[in-house]
Design a protein around this ligand. Structure first.
Ligand SMILES: NC(=O)c1ccc[n+]([C@@H]2O[C@H](COP(=O)([O-])OP(=O)(O)OC[C@H]3O[C@@H](n4cnc5c(N)ncnc54)[C@H](O)[C@@H]3O)[C@@H](O)[C@H]2O)c1
Length: 273
């Protein structure tokens, strides 16, 4: 019998990157896992630099990978910034997979801008997805988790939710908010047998870091050199993290009955608090 046999999880932004890594790790540990994502965004002020991001198309492929592991899965098209979408995505999971035990709020966007040049659009999109999206996804999931007698929420914050970075004030503020929200919700839901934790990933070469490596390039530096400079200079262990590293912590949190209200770094030693 696998660790998470009989458990049902939902991962927002689960099409690719960290979300896909978490979904596959939970499925490998025995859970049935639904993934939700978005096909188009209202603004280009994010890592894809285009409104067509193809997340739902990709989410279908991730769901197929989960089914190939012998678990049940489904892909759901849902925008975490829309209350109706978040309610529907939880209903679809409960309808198709029988309930919900583990809610992973992972969908996120990044954009680089100095505060003096920052557009309201960039600020609003960052907060809509990274912060309001976590609130709406948690709010939608809570009744379903209560129906199962308890459960787990994992919110994906960042090391940028522990310390500031120049050029990322809106992103950092949105992730600090996720950490505070997680701490508070853990206390609110402790008596309902629902644990709430955040994971703070370090530096992973997903689409988010493809964008950041390009944006942080020094004059005459290639994107590859920019990426390597960050890995070597910023991460004490000198190696990037992987989506499976984050997935393994999600599996651990799924069985760690006395761990709640935490914001745990997986970052090779960058943040020590
Ligand atoms: N990559 C890193 O180094 C890093 C570090 C720390 C934290 N994070 C966080 O990890 C999470 C995943 O990021 P990633 O690196 O895998 O990036 P990614 O771009 O590979 O994946 C993000 C996913 O979220 C989806 N998404 C965006 N807006 C959405 C919305 N409104 N509704 C539903 N889905 C939406 C995207 O379509 C995409 O599939 C984010 O919350 C991010 O802030 C990433």
């Amino acid at each position: 019998m696998s660790q998470l046999d009989g458990k049902v999880a939902l991962v927002t932004g689960g099409a690719r990157g960290i979300g896909r890594g978490i979904a596959l790790a939970l499925a490998n540990a025995g859970a049935d896992v639904a993934v939700s994502d978005i096909e188009t965004m209202p603004s280009t002020a994010q890592q894809y630099g285009a409104t067509a991001v193809g997340g739902f198309t990709q989410a279908r492929k991730t769901a197929e990978e989960i089914i190939a592991l012998g678990r049940r899965s489904l892909a759901i098209q849902a925008d975490v910034t829309q209350k109706g979408d978040t309610r529907r995505m939880v209903e679809e999971v409960c309808g198709a997979l029988g309930g919900l035990d583990i809610m992973v709020c992972n969908a996120g966007v990044v954009n680089m801008a100095k505060v003096e040049d920052m557009s309201e659009d960039a600020w609003d999109l960052t907060f809509a997805v990274n912060t309001k999206g976590v609130f709406l996804s948690c709010q939608a999931a809570i009744p379903a988790l209560k129906n199962r007698g308890g459960g787990l929420i994992i919110n994906i914050a960042s090391i940028a939710g522990k310390s500031g970075f120049g050029g990322l004030a809106h992103y950092c503020a949105s992730k600090f908010a996720v950490v505070g929200f997680t701490n508070s919700l853990a206390k609110e839901l402790a008596q309902a047998n629902i644990r709430v934790n955040a994971i703070c990933p370090g530096i992973l070469r997903t689409q988010m870091w493809e964008y950041l490596a390009e944006s942080l390039k020094q004059p005459d530096e290639s994107k590859e050199d920019s990426w390597q400079r960050w890995v070597k200079n910023v991460i004490p262990q000198g190696r990037p993290q992987t989506p499976d590293d984050i997935g393994q912590l999600a599996v651990y949190l799924s069985v760690a009955e006395n761990v709640t209200g935490q914001a745990i770094n997986v970052d090779g030693g960058i943040e020590l608090h």
